[in-house]
Design a binder for this molecule. Structure first.
Ligand code: PGA
Length: 261
């Protein structure tokens, strides 16, 4: 990764842990991740909505520099949207990063690129940073359409955003076939796609935003494969699902520099 882009290591807890379990996990992380680690990387955790207030309280009380994240948001500020949570509500809880367009949201809850775009705008509007997820299915990869698919998702998800906003956001490339399956893209394949993502950003928004936008890889990231993934020049971080539920594993991922690729 580039020296100018600070790595971002994010743990997406998905629908795991009630607020008491969340407190335990974040306390373990607070102990396992050290000052030296935060000096060289940003770290975020993305608990379920019901845990956010509890995790925020622990992070604040102990002055732990882990950034609080959410897993999605509704695009409207308020209103008659039963069951939904808005970006200003998340911002009020000191949430810094919000994942938008995770493949599970796209596949299981029907989110389109236009929805992802509206959510990214809402997150930016509330002063937070979106982590915009893109990634192809296995079918699209084997039929040679992976780059095209990811380019389409980027075009739709980032449509109309200001170049300055794009410069500061995070894009997560997560091949769907690698999520929760134990399959990972090879570091070379992940690099090639992240390079492609950066080129598409350059085409649409210019070289400045392309040089500064942070691109994460996600999909079966584990302590063992993180050093090699992070050694790729266009990969600036990882979005971790399963392994982020284990404090020791997540801390080892954050400390990837200590392990040789
Ligand atoms: P995984 O999930 O690490 O369990 O594959 C990654 C993700 O969905 O963000």
């Amino acid at each position: 990764m580039s020296a100018e882009r600070r790595p971002l290591i994010s743990g997406n807890w998905k629908m795991n842990h009630n607020h008491l379990e969340a407190i335990q996990l974040v306390q373990k992380l607070a102990y396992a991740i050290e000052r030296d680690d935060y000096a060289v990387a940003d770290v975020s955790v993305h608990p379920p909505f019901t845990d956010l207030r509890s995790v925020q309280t622990v992070l604040q009380a102990d002055q732990v520099p882990i950034a609080l994240g959410a897993q999605t948001t509704h695009e409207a500020e308020r209103g008659a949207f039963t069951g939904e949570v808005s970006a200003p509500m998340l911002a009020k809880l000191d949430v810094s990063y919000v994942i938008v367009g995770h493949s599970e949201r796209r596949a299981l809850f029907g989110e389109t690129d236009a929805d992802v775009n509206a959510k990214a705008r809402a997150v930016l509007g509330a002063g937070m940073t979106p982590i915009v997820c893109v990634g192809e299915t296995l079918d699209e990869r084997v039929s040679g359409r992976a780059e095209l698919r990811v380019a389409e998702q980027l075009t739709g998800s980032l449509a109309g955003l200001a170049a300055a906003a794009v410069a500061d956001l995070v894009i997560a490339y997560e091949p769907i076939w690698a999520i929760g399956t134990g399959e990972t893209a090879t570091p070379a394949d992940a690099q090639q796609m992240c390079r492609h993502v950066r080129s598409r950003v350059a085409e649409a928004f210019g070289d400045g935003p392309a040089a500064s936008v942070r691109i994460q890889y996600g999909g079966s990231v584990k302590p063992g494969n993180t050093p090699e993934v992070m050694a790729q020049p266009d990969i600036d971080g990882v979005l971790v699902g399963g392994a982020s539920l284990d404090a020791d594993d997540f801390a080892r991922i954050v400390k990837y520099r200590l392990y040789q690729p």
